[in-house]
Design a protein around this ligand. Structure first.
Ligand SMILES: CCC(=O)SCCNC(=O)CCNC(=O)[C@H](O)C(C)(C)COP(=O)(O)OP(=O)(O)OC[C@H]1O[C@@H](n2cnc3c(N)ncnc32)[C@H](O)[C@@H]1OP(=O)(O)O
Length: 247
């Protein structure tokens, strides 16, 4: 299990937490006896993306100093390694997965969502594109037209709608049961021999990955140009998507 915890910031990720996530993926890469992993956020919330309080300090300072490019590089690398693990991965989503948090959810093979939770690609509201590889992965999961609907509207995608888009694999009625249901979901997929499950994951992952890397590189270049430009810095200085409460 990977747990995300930043209770004061709706589990948004500081630079240190991004490094810790990379370390957690290192540990899973070295775990030869495993077949599956659940990713979840503590305190009833999945993840609110990048820590905008830290980002705003950089952007409103003398220069943005390439922070967006470095963050995007690290998170592309980490989420791609998570996705490629020879383990079946399930994101257990309570509360919401917002911005980079939505992107993180797409790095898992499956998503189990509490009925009252939602996924929201807020990037358009911040005048940026996804920066953690989530634009590429979302398109692979839901297809071109629905991906455009989701990223261009920046709408909240509630669990039932996510299910209709193919972005959610199971809806959990009682949110406090989400990790338990995600674990049960995982157990069904990993019930056969561990060696076979691991090998099957690598076969399916490899088959699915032809266009993944070039698309990720493009996403990284676009994000790096846009993060820290005037429009994004203004919006991030106001608290990101939370400046648009009520929609
Ligand atoms: C890769 C690019 C990216 O990830 S860019 C980041 C995109 N993320 C966002 O724009 C999320 C902005 N936050 C929000 O929309 C809302 O806070 C969400 C996450 C929906 C939660 O709403 P709600 O449950 O009403 O809580 P709230 O707004 O009162 O927030 C509670 C405290 O958490 C903080 N918080 C929230 N998100 C972040 C974040 N991304 N970075 C840093 N802090 C965050 C809020 O500022 C608030 O803090 P405080 O209690 O006012 O000190």
């Amino acid at each position: 299990m990977i747990s995300i915890s930043n209770p004061g910031g709706r589990n948004s990720l500081s630079g240190k937490m991004m490094c810790e996530l990379a370390d957690a993926v290192d540990v899973l890469q070295a775990w030869e006896g495993g077949a599956g992993v659940v990713l979840h956020g503590e305190n009833g919330f999945f993840c609110a993306g990048a820590d905008l309080k830290v980002a705003a300090q950089h952007m409103l300072g003398p220069s943005e100093n390439g922070m967006g490019e470095e963050m995007s590089y690290l998170m592309h690398h980490t989420t791609s390694r998570l996705r490629a693990l020879p383990l079946i991965s399930v994101a257990a989503i309570e509360g919401a997965a917002v911005g980079g948090g939505a992107e993180l959810a797409t790095a898992c093979d499956f998503r189990v969502m509490a009925k009252d939770s939602y996924i929201r690609f807020v990037h358009a509201l911040l005048s940026v594109v996804p920066g953690w590889g989530g634009g590429t992965r979302l398109t692979k999961i839901v297809g071109r037209r629905d991906a455009l609907r989701i990223v261009c509207t920046a709408d909240k995608i509630h669990a039932d709608q996510a299910m209709a888009f193919g972005l959610c694999d199971e809806v959990v009625e009682t949110s406090t049961d989400t990790v338990k249901v995600a674990t049960g979901f995982l157990q069904k997929l990993t019930a056969n021999s561990t060696a076979a499950t691991r090998a099957l994951k690598t076969v399916v992952s490899q088959a699915d990955d032809d266009a993944y890397r070039p698309s990720l590189n493009h996403e990284h270049d676009v994000f790096s140009r846009m993060w820290g430009n005037k429009a994004s810095a203004e919006q991030i200085g106001k608290g990101g998507a939370s400046a648009r409460k009520g929609d």
